[in-house]
Design a protein around this ligand. Structure first.
Ligand code: GLU
Length: 243
């Protein structure tokens, strides 16, 4: 099932992301990566354990207070550095991580290649990254709205998180068939596949339901249905501890 963690706040994201990914290791995975936003989007990703990603980050650190991390369980394309997530839009402006399977990625990929897109990986995920870019380029919509519209065109399962250099105060998360939970802090917020990366930072969480997406900022969040209607969410208190 593999995992995702996202952070937006005032602390350095990369350490928090690596620790969060370690908490999700029990879910199984073959590669790990992070994207951190600081003016531009910096990516580090490696086949193998989160420890190898941590060594890569030590050798070549990334700084910034907004980021996403991913552990991949390859379904489309071999487990290697190139297929590891995050994947970026063609101009590198935004990055996205994904758990799940985009069933109609073949048709989307074919159409986008005909439209001039170049694919660098063998993943189904990259088709959705480029589709979001394509929707945004054609419609000039906000990234969150482009993500929403792109999601209405895909079949399959997804837990996704997107960050962009164009809006350094935004994480976009969406869920269909792959769990997603928001962790609410003071001037900082988290997104994760389950509560294990959140529990050392906050007890206040919001569970996204299937077909919902969230725009998360440092000082708040909004939840929408994939159809675009605002959704009022209840904040839950986590009662368990890491053990
Ligand atoms: N289907 C995607 C891939 O193969 C995501 C796999 C996952 O859930 O980690 O890259």
């Amino acid at each position: 099932m593999c995992g995702i963690v996202g952070y937006i706040g005032t602390r350095q994201a990369s350490d928090l992301l690596v620790t969060g990914l370690k908490r999700l290791e029990y879910r199984g995975y073959d590669s790990a990566g992070v994207a951190v936003v600081n003016g531009s989007v910096s990516i580090r990703k490696k086949r193998g354990k989160v420890g190898e990603l941590a060594s890569a980050l030590e050798a070549s650190p990334v700084h910034g207070t907004l980021g996403i991390g991913h552990t991949r369980w390859a379904t489309h394309g071999a487990p290697n550095d190139v297929n590891a997530h995050p994947h970026t839009a063609p101009n590198g402006r935004f990055a996205r991580v994904h758990n799940g399977i985009i069933e109609n990625y073949g048709a989307i990929r074919k159409r986008l290649i005909a439209d001039g897109y170049t694919f660098h990986s063998d993943t189904d995920t990259e088709a959705l990254v480029h589709l979001i870019d394509d929707v945004q380029r054609k419609t000039r919509l906000s990234l969150a709205e482009a993500v929403r519209q792109a999601l209405t065109q895909v079949r399959g399962t997804y837990g996704i998180v997107v960050v962009s250099e164009d809006d350094p105060d935004m994480l976009i998360a969406a869920r269909l068939g792959s769990p997603r939970i928001l962790g609410l802090g003071e001037g900082e917020n988290f997104v994760a596949s389950d509560a294990s990366p959140l529990i050392e930072h906050t007890r206040h969480v919001v569970y996204l339901n299937d077909g919902e997406m969230a725009v998360v900022r440092r000082d708040g969040y909004e939840v929408f249905s994939i159809e675009g209607a605002p959704v009022a969410k209840e904040v839950h208190e986590l009662e368990w501890d890491l053990e």
